[in-house]
Design a protein. Sequence first.
Length: 259
Amino acid sequence: MGNRLQGKNILITGAAQGIGLAIAKAFISENAAVYLVDRDAALLARAAADLASTGARVGYLPADITDAGTIRLAVAEANEEIGPLNGLVNNAGVNVFAEPLATTDEEWSRCFDVNLKGAWNCCKAVLPGLIERGGGVILNIASTHAFTIIPHTFPYPLAKHALLGMTKSLGLEYAARNIRVNALAPGYVSTQKVIDYWNSFPDPEAAKAETMKLHPGGRIATPEEIAMAAVFMISDECPFMNATCLTIDGGLSVLQHAV
C-alpha cells in the first residue's frame, strides 16, 4: 500500500463494477477512504464487503444519481462514516446510442439525466462541504465522445460534451476556493459495457476485432489503467491542473485513419 492519497476521503459513483470499482481499489491501495454509490444494491454490497475485508475504510449506499435527494443523503452519510469528504469521482454513466431522428424522448432524457444531471447532482451535493473545508477535488469521468463524434452514437456525445463543459465551468468558478475540477476521457475500456456493445452486433468477435484494429497499439485499456490516472488526478501531485481533461485512449482520438 502506498500513501499518495493519505488523508483523502472520496465518494465514487458507479462504483460496483468496471472503472468505478477499479478506481475504488486503486484509491484504497494508496491509503484513501472511499464511499461507494451505485444503483445495483446487491453488486454494490458485495464490492464494498470485498474492499472492507482489506482493512480499508469503506462506506456505501445504493443510490440512483438522478435522485438529488438520495445523493444529498449519500454525501451526508459519507461525511459521517469515512470522514469529511475532500474528493468526488463522478463515474456513473449510461450508454445511449441511436441515430438522431430515431432517438426517442425517453432515450434523450435517460442519457442526459444520468450522464449530465446526475453528475451535477453529485457536484452540487459535495461542493458546499469542499468550500467550507477550504478545498478539494472533483474528477468527472468523461469520454473521448466529449470531443469526437462516432456516427450512430447520438445523443451520448452531446451529454459527454456537456459534461466536459461543466468540468471547465466549475473548475474556473471555484478555483479561488482551492477546488480543482477535472475530467478523464477514456476511450474503449475492457468493461461489461464494452462487452455488451460488442454483443449487440450479429458477430461479436468480429466487432471486437474491429475495435482493436482502431487502436495504434492493437488493444484497448484495462479499468486499472484508467484507475491509476484517476489516482494521479485526485492526488496532490498535480495541484495546478484544473478545468482540463486528460485523455487515455491509446492514441485512438488522434489517429486520422489506418494506413
